[in-house]
Design a protein around this ligand. Structure first.
Ligand code: PEP
Length: 258
């Protein structure tokens, strides 16, 4: 399975800086066997797309979406709008949205389903807080979050013109996001195995083998290799270390050393 690395700029970079980032990153040498994407703020999609031109690397991603196709939903952005920019994938249920704007499992699941209907890859984020980890509730929490997603999306859903892209999971322990705290790869593996087991139960073993499960939480060029050489970790979601295009290029090269 090809590894996938997604940059998440979060609330950084309007159109001017977004265009400059894409142009700089396109000069980076990248491993051939790696899928790379960048999740940019809505207002920067046009600039990122125009700096990408016809290039397909990095794939263009968004950080959020709304589940209704159109209508009286002030401030929201639909899947159709994302499609106009050639968005290939979109984060859903990121813990920063759960924490700061009250996004629930149900809302995140509806967003994932809408993306699938539109033929885009939902990157479905799950992860426990520090308190939940301390109470040893990690697996209970991520199983519940994963179950909400799994009830909403399918591995082989038919969409207009073909089949939907396979959804992706991201295991992101909340205590490791933006904190500089590193979750040991073997601890992350336990969570990844639990997510894959949930996928297998919901969709069957064949699909569980094919679903990519990423790790996210303060990943940098020093530890990306440890995650990606751990069985069951199929890529990484990178926040802070993706803000500088050169550092992100170094991280991508460290992920799959030649
Ligand atoms: C993220 O935004 O999903 C993330 C993992 O951020 P950071 O790498 O900064 O912890």
């Amino acid at each position: 399975m090809k590894k996938l690395i997604i940059a998440n700029w979060k609330m950084h970079y309007g159109p001017i800086k977004a265009g400059a980032w894409i142009r700089a990153f396109r000069r980076e040498r990248l491993p051939k066997d790696l899928d790379v994407a960048v999740a940019v703020p809505f207002v920067s999609l046009a600039a990122a797309r125009s700096s990408l031109g016809r290039a397909t690397i990095p794939m263009l991603g968004a950080q959020d979406v709304f589940w209704q196709p159109d209508g009286a939903y002030t401030g929201e952005v639909s899947t159709g709008m994302l499609q106009e920019f050639g968005v290939a994938l979109c984060l859903v249920g990121h813990s920063e949205r759960r924490i700061h704007v009250g996004e629930t499992d149900e809302m995140a699941a509806q967003k994932a389903a809408a993306l699938q209907r539109a033929g885009m890859v939902p990157v479905m984020c799950v992860g426990e807080t520090e308190a939940e980890r301390r109470k040893k509730n990690t697996l209970k929490v991520i199983r519940a979050q994963a179950a909400a997603f799994l009830a909403a999306v399918k591995p082989d859903a038919a969409v207009r013109g073909g089949h939907a892209a396979m959804p992706v999971f991201a295991y992101e322990p909340v205590w490791a996001i933006g904190t500089g705290k590193h979750c040991p790869a073997q601890e992350a593996k336990v969570a990844h195995d639990a997510i894959r087991a949930a996928v297998s139960k919901a969709w069957g073993a064949k699909w569980a083998d094919q679903v990519r499960i990423l790790y996210g939480g303060s990943v940098d060029a020093h530890d990306v290799g440890a995650y990606l050489t751990t069985t069951g970790i199929d890529g990484v979601l990178v926040g802070h270390e993706s803000l500088d295009p050169r550092s992100f290029g170094i991280l991508c090269r460290a992920a799959l050393p030649a």
